[in-house]
Design a protein around this ligand. Structure first.
Ligand code: NAP
Length: 355
């Protein structure tokens, strides 16, 4: 096992390095010049031996089945729930700090589920061995609700999402593009529908992930549970509908929040503008509202169409757009990793491994 004190230049292992999220994490590690003494790339046997450029060097992709986590300080899991369930305990047993983006541990009572600027004190109060990264949509939702709760009180919130194909990784994007190309060349063609059912090209799907017995989709249930957990409001009244749209990348959402006290629009805009990593787009014409293709800074959350009334003054509506791979995924994951690393480097190592 490694010691409690983590080095300033950690050895980073990226599991899922060839995937949509993993590639974005890698891109940001290089772009932000995140300090490390070594970076090891891991994926499935399908990608083993591939060479991927990382900041001017070509790194080889290792097969997870044969990978040795010994010596790793920080392991980032971006390879799906099944992989995380099996391999997170293995990485932890070697003493590495694990940051998991798969959602596998988002309801585990002993594993902190962290949204930076909302509840990252969980990491500073008690250094963690493994940290769960919430769904990309949970991040802006909780940052917004956290601020509004302290400002005017949240009575009820309704979120409707418009989620892009890249939320399902490379295969989701490939299936959308293949379906679109096929439809354009032959409008009657039967489209591939392995990742999305029915096919997503030129379509809108009224659920993301499978439908559960209670009628909610898995993604809807996850968002509600994660938001309540992060905000420590177990009874928060929040209704969510998740919809998949034929957009390659960039999630959208509308949010209605009913508040306890009346809302003044200029004050609301000021509040939203003060949130870390949020940009408020103001303007009368539709072209000023952010969209997945035009929002701008991919590491921030973009808000537009902020409306108070006309039906109620106790609440507001807004439109939200963000890059699910950057702002919602990789940026959040790396911010959590930095906070958790700093906390572990300065604090006591936890005594037991949560299972
Ligand atoms: N896409 C997003 O917007 C987003 C945002 C936040 C979180 N996430 C989460 O991040 C994870 C990855 O999503 P993604 O969109 O990047 O998917 P993806 O593009 O399909 O990538 C999956 C990655 O996992 C690897 N992998 C799959 N099965 C494996 C196995 N048995 N052993 C080792 N490696 C394996 C793949 O390696 P090969 O290339 O070798 O197959 C690839 O590197 C998921 O848990 C997802 O929920 C995604």
């Amino acid at each position: 096992m490694v010691s409690a004190q983590l080095p300033a230049d950690p050895c980073i292992v990226l599991v899922g390095a060839t995937g949509a999220l993993g590639a974005t994490v890698l891109e940001l590690i290089v772009e932000h010049r995140m300090r490390h003494r070594e970076i090891r790339l891991v994926a499935s046997a399908r990608s083993a031996g591939r060479r991927i450029p990382v900041g001017g060097r070509a790194e080889t992709v290792h097969d997870l089945e044969e990978f040795d986590f010994a010596g790793a300080d920080l392991v980032l899991f971006c390879a799906g729930e099944e992989v995380s369930r099996r391999w997170v305990p293995v990485a932890m047993a070697e003493g590495a700090l694990v940051v998991d983006a798969s959602g596998a541990f988002s309801s585990h009572p002993e594993i902190p589920l962290v949204v930076p600027s909302v509840n990252d004190r969980l990491l500073t109060e008690r250094p963690a061995e493994v940290v769960a990264v919430p769904s990309g949509m949970t991040v802006p939702l909780t940052v917004l609700l956290h601020a509004v709760e302290r400002w005017r009180g949240v009575r009820h919130a309704v979120l409707s999402t418009y989620e892009a194909a890249s939320g399902l990784g490379h295969q989701g994007v490939d299936e959308l593009l293949d379906g679109a190309e096929l439809t354009l060349s032959d409008p009657g063609a039967e489209l591939p529908a392995d990742r999305f059912r029915p096919a997503l090209a030129f379509n809108v799907l009224p659920a993301v992930d499978r439908i559960l017995e209670n009628g909610a989709s898995r993604q809807e249930q996850r968002l509600v549970q994660e938001a309540r957990r992060v905000l420590e409001l177990p009874d928060m009244d929040v209704a969510v509908t998740c919809v998949r749209v034929p957009v390659v990348s960039g999630h959208g959402a509308t949010l209605f929040v009913e508040t306890d006290a009346p809302v003044d629009r200029p004050e609301l805009v000021e509040l939203l503008s003060s949130l870390p990593d949020f940009v408020v787009h103001e303007g009368e014409d539709l072209g000023s509202a952010p969209t997945p293709l035009t929002a701008g800074d991919p590491d921030r959350f973009h808000v537009g169409r902020v409306r108070v009334g006309p039906h109620t003054s106790r609440g507001f509506l807004l439109w939200l757009v963000f890059d699910n791979l950057r702002a919602g995924g990789a940026s959040t994951l790396l911010r959590i990793a930095r906070i958790a690393l700093a906390s572990r480097a300065s604090g006591e190592r936890p005594k037991s491994l949560p299972r």
